[in-house]
Design a binder for this molecule. Structure first.
Ligand SMILES: [Zn+2]
Length: 174
């Protein structure tokens, strides 16, 4: 009987300790809890304004660069048409800038090593697909081309960044 009372009191003490402890834990601000541990970027790193894919695609600097790349692609010339593209950088102030790649070939382009502005980072890339023709993708020679980004394009893109493909149907983000 005596031992049973002791364990009963011990249990009561544990219960009281639990009740006293839980509000203290709940009172810890959420910010303090998330500040501890590794920082995992949902989109891209902590620099700048963390723009969405839509904001990147609609940025005037990016739009102008894609337009210039499309012009340089000679899309209307069946023999000289080729892919053009480049990196989209975010600078230290959160503004977007572009670094073009050397001209590609008829159906491919190689990215150069990124050279973001000091304090900046890569947030995206763009390139042109001058071969696809509406409505079925077939060019003058009857060769059928895929609309939008290829699987290779998707696999080559750095996760968390925005890819943009420009063809005759418009721009597609991926
Ligand atoms: Zn492509």
């Amino acid at each position: 009987m005596k031992a049973s009372w002791k364990s009963c009191i011990a249990l009561l003490c544990v219960l009281i300790a639990c009740i006293a402890w839980s509000p203290a834990v709940l009172a810890v601000p959420a910010v303090a809890q998330t500040a501890i541990g590794p920082i995992v970027a949902a989109e891209i790193g902590p620099l700048g304004t963390n723009k969405t894919a839509e904001q990147i695609a609609n940025d005037p600097t990016v739009k102008a660069a894609i337009g210039a790349a499309w012009n340089d692609s000679n899309a209307d010339n069946a023999t000289t048409r080729h892919e053009e593209g480049g990196w989209i950088y975010e600078d230290a102030d959160g503004n977007l800038t572009v670094g073009r790649w050397p001209a590609g070939n008829r159906s491919g382009i190689n990215a150069t090593p990124p050279m973001p502005p000091v304090g900046g980072q890569v947030v995206g890339e763009f390139h042109t697909h001058p071969n696809w023709h509406p409505p079925d993708g077939k060019d003058e020679a009857g060769t059928e081309w895929k609309q939008g980004p290829s699987d290779k394009d998707k696999n080559a893109k750095t996760p968390g960044t925005t890819g943009i493909v420009k063809d005759r149907s418009g721009t597609t983000s991926y």
